[in-house]
Design a protein around this ligand. Structure first.
Ligand code: P6P
Length: 339
């Protein structure tokens, strides 16, 4: 009857987070309410992404739809849904979205203590070929909700109170950390609930996979070049690592988190700060990796220690298994020592 008991004892994400929050007597359920609005956005995007392919086939998502209206791109629609859900939660005071140039300052009547930084639909260029894409978010708090300005979002990753992503792939998987480890939940579409499927995710200490866009190799610096060289031609006689690169960050990170290895978007001569955005790509994924026992490094410092100067700043990033990042840190230290 054990299996039956499990089947009827549904550990939904809401119940899971309420259990977690009960450890903090002062919590008044604000975080749970905020999370429920983030989850609403994810359920909408999951449904829209799954239909996108079909809509294309039926010509419904071309330039104009049957009403002749300008068909909005999925990342624009997703952004609007998240912005409206977050503001209507009454728990946010400042929003930073990859899709919007300026930060959104929430009207005072609807303000709460949380700042949410997010990429509503990262990797959306992959929709038409059916590759998994995702939403990435980070959550900070403010002390004073009366005087809120964009500067409040320029906090280092070490000030995050929570971060996570939702991957829209063969299933809809939501991965979250609120500072006590990492847990994964899978959407049961028949219930509209995210159910705990990956409790207490820990990234393997070392991995057999490396994940980088080798097309940028001619622009890499020496430490990155040496690390990748060693993946292919190990000096210690161990078997070469396998290259896995999907080009959709959430998918590449989810595989790295579960299987181990390293994900890299290094700086190169063309992009001295790499390509990925600090606030809503590098910080949330670095936070998750550390919470799962891994590391995240920029080539100069611990990724979460960077302090953003602007809300759309970029940063190089190397993240994943603890031992792999140690190797990368050593290569950068030696390269600096050699001048
Ligand atoms: P490249 C997608 O456009 C994205 O922002 C991330 O999801 C992904 O990791 C990266 O860019 C891929 O970039 O230069 O390798 O195509």
């Amino acid at each position: 009857h054990e299996a039956d008991a499990n089947r009827t004892d549904l550990m939904t994400i809401t119940r899971f987070v309420l259990n977690e929050q009960s450890k903090y007597p002062e919590s008044r359920g604000d975080f749970t309410i905020l999370l429920s609005h983030i989850l609403l956005g994810c359920k909408f995007v999951c449904s829209a992404v799954n239909k996108a392919g079909l809509a294309n086939n039926l010509g419904l998502a071309g330039d104009t739809n049957v009403q002749g209206e300008e068909q909005k791109k999925l990342d624009v629609i997703s952004n609007e849904v998240f912005v409206k859900a977050l503001i209507s939660s009454g728990r946010t005071c400042l929003l930073v979205s990859e899709e919007i140039e300026d930060a959104i300052i929430v009207p005072p009547a609807l303000r709460g203590k949380y700042i949410v930084v997010f990429d509503p639909l990262d990797g959306s260029s992959n929709i038409d070929c059916g590759v998994s894409i995702g939403t990435i978010f980070g959550i900070y708090t403010v002390k004073d909700t009366a005087n809120v300005a964009v500067e409040a979002a320029l906090q280092s990753g070490s000030s995050l109170v929570a971060a996570g992503y939702c991957m829209y792939g063969s299933s809809c998987t939501f991965v979250l950390s609120t500072g006590n480890g990492v847990n994964g939940f899978t959407l049961d579409p028949s219930l509209g609930e995210f159910i705990l499927t990956h409790p207490n995710i820990k990234i393997p200490k070392k991995g057999k996979l490396y994940s980088v866009n080798e097309g940028n190799a001619k622009n890499w610096d020496e430490p990155t070049t040496k690390y990748v060289e060693n993946c292919k031609f190990p000096k210690d006689g161990s078997p070469p690592k396998s290259l896995r690169y999907i080009g959709s960050m959430v998918a590449d990170i989810h595989r790295t988190l579960l299987y181990g290895g390293i994900f890299m978007y290094p700086a190169d001569m063309k992009n001295p700060n790499g390509k990925l955005r600090l606030l809503y790509e590098v910080f949330p994924m670095s936070y998750l990796m550390e919470q799962a026992g891994g590391q995240a490094f920029t080539g100069k410092q611990r990724a979460l220690d960077v302090v953003p100067e602007k809300i759309h700043d970029r940063s190089p990033v190397f993240l994943g298994s603890y031992d792999e990042i140690e190797q990368m840190k050593e290569l950068y230290a030696n390269s600096k020592a050699n001048g």
